[in-house]
Write a protein that binds this ligand. Sequence first.
Ligand code: MN
Ligand code: MN
Length: 385
Amino acid sequence: MKKPKQDNIPHPQRNGSGGLDTGPRNIELDLQNPDLLSPPVTDHGTLPNLKFSMSMAHTRIEEGGWTREVTQRELPIASTLAGVDMKLNPGAYRELHWHKEAEWAYVLEGGCRIGAVDQEGRNFLDDVRKGDLWFFPKGIPHYIQALDEGVEFLLVFDDGQFSENATFMMSDFFAHTPKSVLAKNFGWTEDQMAAMPEKEKYIFKGEVPPALQSDKVVSPTGDVPDWFSHRLLAMEPERFPGGTVRVADSRNFKAATTISAALIEIAPGAIRELHWHPTDDEWQYYISGHGRMGVFAGSGLANTFDFQAGDVGYVPFAYGHYIENLGDEPLVFLEMFRNPLFQDVSAAQWMANLPPQVSADTINVPRELIEALPKHKRPLATRNR
Ligand code: MN
Ligand code: MN
């Protein structure tokens, strides 16, 4: 490992306070978390941990790919949502399965075919690529198969206790059902089932599937009424001076009844404005760039956390927060909520729509500054609003 140069080594000191850290330390982690090592002077007290990196999670390696997860076990505050990062090599399958939680997903790289059949036998089959989403309601069986370029995707489940290692799989179900019962159920002979696996297959190799139309079975009950995929990145974003926002919730993606999301791109130097969420905790996944998030927990408590690609962040319901791009490339991340609607409360919009003297008297700034605030929401901000 390359050692950082002596003058690049950070120490826990600030404005003449603190001191050198010459004892045992992990300098690579200190460099990634400057706001833990030398917090802003506005930080105070101790918040729950609000960061866990996929790179700190145990990886399960299978013959067709790999997977790792950040759930409430890794990040104890994260009770509402859990996330999984999964890679499938070209043609590889994530086996036919279902689970108690709904599944929301975002394709990070490559492409895959996804298929599901609902409780009425109605069909869903689609190919999704980078920037596309899917949503499978709880209990609905589905599978994923990588296309010829392979695929990596983020899965998000609407329960922090979820584990990708504890789903209901077809191979596992059949392996634990007597062959005589399977024979009665399907009308097969035991000889025809001789090669059936004796345990779950989970992620396994396969051939790249044929063109979508030739792979599709026509169900007599038709297709699912609310399509389970959505092109998020292809949507025209809302543009602001500090970056772009794309929201996918039950208003424009009807199937997503329990998870809403926003894909946010913050320009270099800009911030995701001071805000909070009026109903739910926020689960974040950082895709590229780097920055920091300041979180205010009430009662004078505030802590700051640093994020980069592959990190998961979390903000409890109602906690005030901002996210600042500290790099020279866009900071791109997803924010997700266990709610059919994406909702946030903007500090600037709040103040702009109150009698201006009230805020002016409260924070001791000239009334004209309050009057000049934009009355429409601007989720992203630069110095010149
Ligand atoms: Mn699943
Ligand atoms: Mn937020």
